[in-house]
Design a protein around this ligand. Structure first.
Ligand SMILES: *Cc1c(COP(=O)(O)O)cnc(C)c1O
Length: 400
């Protein structure tokens, strides 16, 4: 047999098969516009830190970190030490990184040696961090997260004296990088009575600390909602997540914005993410036939159906069964039947020319139509952030 064929075989065998069935495209200009808008709203002084927990709210940590750096962001919040590691791996400049959530003791040497900062909400962790800092001969950098009424994490007020004493006693081994709290639901006006109490409590404790001449480098409490609706919460730094990715935290916050600018419509926040795939298969279905599993969809007429190679295993919520749409050739195609593990069907009867390989927009714009992320939340009980943060990491992300 010809030699050439044999030569080709090994390289073909080495090829890794296509792993994914859809793709995510991220818009640098949208992220830029959002950060510019937020900076304008918040004013010049506070540092804008980007919260990139949960794979940057599902957008893709590897892409979002350099994109944010290009917008002038130098400060990031994550929820775990592995996420801090991911930021360090992808960053192109020396950023400040703060862990807000779980931090296992075994990670402390790495955390401290890499100048990574973290929230302290119990004395045990503080003592452990100091002892590791002594061992590795490098200061540990901590943010005291105060309990102010959120009753989630947060150092109880009665432990504060001890924490401060530990910080003062171990000056050489510790940097008091921040003093902070988290507001319990600043996105809803209905929670305002709680938020106001938290702010008061935070200010009371901060004043107490001042008297003891223990000064944190940064004071912070605001997330997107607080930063957009309660200017007095912005302090030295704001922890911005959802709004940087182009979403209003809630209708309340959006309506407040409209009231302020005295308009009925304005959309300065741009969606950063677009999600696409292609038609995998097309078929005709006779009237009265059922489509896909079960009897949940019966053709009311002769129909043309397109099969989409994305299912709940790929992050497409099963709650969208028989609801919602995708875009094909600029037109809305309705979901017919159940969302399966790796595929679902849509009605393309009224989309002339729809064929295998056509681009399908799952989230985003095609010609004059848009599928929004909030359309997913309308059909299910999921929050925008819940749906986004569940987009599998295996979907390839690119910057467009
Ligand atoms: C997630 C998170 C934020 C960011 O909140 P957004 O509403 O997305 O801006 C801020 N602070 C803490 C403690 C968080 O966990």
């Amino acid at each position: 047999m010809p030699k050439e064929k044999n030569k080709l075989l090994p390289s073909v065998a080495d090829t890794i098969p296509v792993k994914h069935s859809s793709r995510i495209i991220l818009s640098q200009s949208a992220l830029h516009a959002n950060i510019k808008f937020l900076r304008k709203q918040i004013g010049g002084k506070p540092i804008i830190s980007l919260v990139v927990k949960a794979n940057a709210y599902g957008h893709g940590m590897q892409q979002i970190v350099p994109m944010a750096e290009a917008c002038g962001i130098e400060h990031f919040f994550v929820s775990s030490s592995y996420e801090a590691y991911e930021v360090r791996q992808t960053q192109t400049q020396n950023n400040t990184i703060v862990i807000m959530g779980i931090l296992y003791d075994r990670d402390l040497p790495w955390i401290i040696q890499n100048n990574i900062e973290f929230f302290i909400f119990d004395l045990q962790k503080l003592r452990k961090a100091i002892s590791v800092a002594k061992k590795v001969d490098r200061p540990t950098r901590v943010h005291l997260e105060l309990e102010t009424g959120g009753n989630r994490t947060g150092l109880p007020t009665k432990k504060l004296s001890q924490a401060v004493a530990l910080i003062r006693k171990n000056k050489r081994h510790i940097r008091f990088s921040g003093l902070c709290t988290h507001l319990a639901g600043a996105e809803a006006l209905a929670n305002k009575f709680r938020i106001v109490r938290q702010i008061k409590e935070f200010d009371r404790i901060t004043a107490q600390l001042k008297k003891r001449r223990t000064k944190p480098q940064l004071i912070h409490m605001a997330n997107s909602s607080a930063a957009l609706s309660l200017p007095k919460t912005t302090r030295d730094l704001v922890r911005i997540g959802v709004s940087a990715y182009g979403f209003w935290p809630s209708p309340d916050i959006y309506n407040l914005h409209l009231m302020r600018i005295n308009k009925t419509r304005d959309n300065p926040l741009k969606r950063v993410l677009t999600w696409k795939t292609n038609i995998m298969h097309i078929k005709s279905v006779k009237k009265d036939e059922f489509i896909g599993y079960s009897t949940s969809y019966q053709a009311t007429r002769k129909m043309k159906i397109a099969v989409i190679p994305v299912g709940y295993a790929n992050g497409y919520p099963r709650e969208m069964s028989n609801k919602g749409h995708v875009l094909i050739r600029g037109k809305k195609a309705r979901i017919t039947g159940l969302i399966n593990m790796n595929l679902f069907m849509v009605d393309v009867t009224k989309i002339p020319g729809a064929k295998i390989g056509d681009e399908v927009v799952l989230i985003g714009r095609q010609n004059n139509n848009i599928i929004t992320v909030s359309s997913f939340s309308e059909f299910s009980s999921a929050l925008n952030t819940e749906f986004l943060s569940r987009l599998p990491t295996t979907i390839p992300r690119s910057v467009g």
